[in-house]
Design a protein around this ligand. Structure first.
Ligand code: AMP
Length: 500
């Protein structure tokens, strides 16, 4: 739980306001239409102190800073505040999509906070478009929308029966494929605003499929602890996105880490020793003005709301400067690891390996829509398990799986992991063959539902790339439709320097 103050809301407002001129600099005519941003709140809980606790975005959306945001007076967003502020995320999603569809001719940009939330909205649309069209046809909001302010706000926007619009939308949704559906349903859209850096990068192919070639724009880098920086070149390709940290958001310091993302000093064995770690932050952290081009750092923040030299856990690389302000690429989150023996696989290593393996399936028309992993140590030796949700391009059918191709995918993941992993597999035999478990369509939605039921926020939800919870593993395991193991031990040569 992170402390939060009223004053900090103003700092966030300043941050959001700064995004507007940056976008206007690169995209013309945004004042000629609306933005369809799918935003959600989560219920708050009361803490023993009497103070309320809620996700950072819920706090912001509930604040008067958000509700009275200047542009909202001119109705530049398709989702009314009343719908965004509805606690029931299903009702909120339905009504936001309904309002977005009704105003489709005015929409110039669409988005959500993270790519995963936006794709969840597309999935929701796939499941509900007939009902949405019937509401547009009759001018009557479905009876299950019972939240009064949600219902009223939606009815006002829905207006009179509009069978022509319903026909148009039905025609697009009922087409052969949903490729480019965003552009078809919202034809004036200029870009999709969702964060696609870091762990969200794996959604890029799916977003590209639905977007019809629209730019994917990651505008900001922020967290519950504090908002960090903005992307001053919003039209850059996702792989080139860098964020300029705003020095008035917090006091930023940077702990040097080596290129392979290990701490520079004796590091690993000291990780659990908090005192030594604090000492290290004092001794080694450098200031924002002292970071060097091409170097890697772990971000440390001292915030206006009370965090002192707090390690956010993100590893960043300096990619350049805007005037004298350093710019950073998000590399990965520290310590998100799979580990069986001395191997330590972080989120970035895993993403790279999965990206290599899925290249084998893409020519066959398969899309890997979601993945996660866990270290299965229930047998000896333990092994890595990846859960993959696959679909065919253009429909949600479960593809016919070729066991030998899937086994090759397992081997490719292993070949792409680092030398310590491969040594453990080949020489030490301390890790067993990697396993891919293919799960049914919709499994990762169930995982998200589970995480949300455990307190995750819908806006800020990111599929965990490594699962520890037994309950979550049970959810995934109960939907497995195929299991495949690597049949080859990966290549490893003994005389190369090992970095971990
Ligand atoms: P939370 O506080 O749960 O919203 O998570 C904040 C974390 O999300 C950050 O510390 C990053 O690890 C990640 N994150 C936020 N924004 C971005 C971004 N633009 N690119 C990559 N990762 C991000």
């Amino acid at each position: 739980m992170m402390p939060s103050t009223a004053e900090d809301l103003d700092r966030k407002t300043f941050f959001y306001d700064l995004l507007v001129p940056v976008m206007n600099k690169y995209v013309d005519g945004l004042d000629q239409g609306k933005g369809m941003y799918l935003l959600f709140v989560k219920p708050e809980v009361s803490t023993p102190s009497g103070l309320m606790a809620r996700p950072v975005l819920t706090s912001y959306y509930k604040s008067s800073n958000f509700r009275n945001r200047p542009f909202n007076r001119f109705n530049v967003y398709t989702s009314p505040n009343e719908i965004i502020l509805c606690w029931d995320s299903k009702q909120s999603m339905y009504c936001q999509l309904l309002c977005g569809l009704v105003q489709r001719d005015e929409v110039l940009r669409v988005g959500a906070v993270f790519a995963s939330a936006f794709l969840r909205a597309i999935k929701f649309l796939e499941d509900h478009w007939t009902e949405l069209c019937s509401n547009i046809r009759t001018g009557y909001v479905s009876d299950w929308i019972t939240d009064p302010s949600c219902r009223n706000a939606t009815s006002l926007i829905l207006g009179k029966p509009n069978p022509e619009l319903a026909d148009l939308i039905e025609l697009e949704c009922d087409g052969e494929s949903w490729e480019g559906i965003i552009k078809k349903l919202w034809p004036r859209t200029k870009y999709i605003e969702v964060i696609v850096t870091g762990s969200m990068a794996q959604y890029i192919p799916t977003l590209e499929f639905y977007s019809g070639g629209l730019p994917l724009i990651s505008t900001m880098y922020a967290s519950s602890e504090c908002y960090f920086g903005i992307n001053l070149k919003p039209l850059s390709k996702p792989c080139d996105v860098c964020y300029t940290l705003l020095p008035n958001m917090a006091y930023f310091e940077f702990l040097p880490v080596e290129k392979n993302h290990e701490e520079v000093s004796n590091g690993a064995s000291d990780l659990h020793c908090i005192e030594k770690e604090d000492e290290r932050v004092k001794m080694e952290a450098v200031n924002l003005v002292d970071v060097k081009l091409g170097h890697y750092y772990e971000l440390v923040v001292t915030t206006f709301t009370g965090l002192y030299r707090y390690r956010v856990g993100d590893i960043l690389m300096v990619t350049g400067f805007h005037n004298n302000a350093p710019q950073f690429r998000f590399i990965h989150r520290r310590n998100v690891v799979l580990s069986i023996d001395t191997d330590k696989t972080n989120e970035d290593d895993l993403l790279k390996a999965v990206t290599q393996a899925k290249l084998l399936l893409e020519p066959l028309g398969f899309l890997l829509t979601e993945y996660t992993s866990y270290a299965d140590t229930s047998s000896i030796p333990g092994h890595y398990v990846l859960f993959w949700e696959l679909k065919m391009r253009g429909n949600s059918d479960l593809p016919e799986l070729d066991p030998s191709k899937m086994e090759q995918c397992c081997s490719t993941v292993e070949e792409s992991l680092d030398s310590v992993y491969r040594r453990c597999r080949k020489k030490d035999k301390s890790i067993g063959p990697l396993e891919i478990r293919v799960v049914k369509h919709g499994t990762f939605d169930s995982l998200m539902d589970f995480c949300v039921s455990q307190g995750s926020s819908v806006n800020q939800y990111k599929t965990p790339r490594c699962i520890k919870s037994e309950e979550a593993i049970r959810i995934l395991d109960s939907r497995v439709v195929g299991r495949f193991f690597s049949k080859k031990t990966p290549f490893w040569e003994p005389f190369r320097m090992e970095t971990k």
